[in-house]
Design a protein around this ligand. Sequence first.
Ligand code: BGC
Ligand code: CA
Length: 286
Amino acid sequence: MEVSLRIEAMLGEGPRWDAAGRRLLAVDIEGRVLHRLDPATGEDRPLELDERIGVATPVEGGGLLLALERRLALLDEATERLRTVAELPHGEGVRTNDGACDPAGRFFVGTMAFDERPGGGALYRYSTSAGLELVCGGVTISNGLGWSPDGRRMYYVDSPTRRVDVFEFDPGTGGLGGRDPFARIAEADGIPDGLAVDDEGGVWVALYGGGAVRRFASDGELDRVLEVPATNVTACCFGGENGRSLFVTTARQGLGEEELAREPLAGSVFVTDAGVAGPPARPFVP
Ligand code: BGC
Ligand code: CA
């Protein structure tokens, strides 16, 4: 695994391949920065924000949709102006975390309490026509989201459950059906965090505290383990020209001085050839 973007992110998160812009988006939630990296040149265009940012997603036709601490906003990249499109109903002490668009371009975004209190988070769905809707309450740390290649299954992680779950998903309406456990992570292997689904239906799960990304085949069997040179692995996505680059974000938070000395690259974005391609970020359809 190589370094793709050397940064000291406190909580690097939300890698997303923006196919139209041929660039990688990633955030530092606690550092309040949006990174926009051109991997061909190595040039990053960081945008500093006044609020925490959970994730950014490309918008069809241009611009970005940002999940800020307590609101969703459209970013006009030319003027750097933000326009709020939805307010999240939670009060202070709760923030957005991971989010992604379904195959039809509806934005799903989760939340968590700063103190990680059980049930302090939720999962929402946002579209221009329906606005912001609660789809799942009683979540603790809403994390990875992804869809099977046929769009009929939605994978979802509420981190403290130590599971990746799978929902039946209606691609026509964006509605969730039955929920079942898909994969389990033992305590010694870290906490399941962000995820990405490849073109064969394999599910790649970042392991926070586990220094690795694991691929589970579509039947839930563990298939591969990729080691990452940082303990707190937060999320991953497919991208690059052939869709086979797996970009991986990491965090420095929670590491002591000695640990940081042992893993000086913690906080950086890493990349490796996954040997299988996966889709770019589905843009939000306004
Ligand atoms: C959250 C972190 C949390 C981690 C592991 C991340 O998505 O943003 O605050 O520590 O998941 O559960
Ligand atoms: Ca995450």
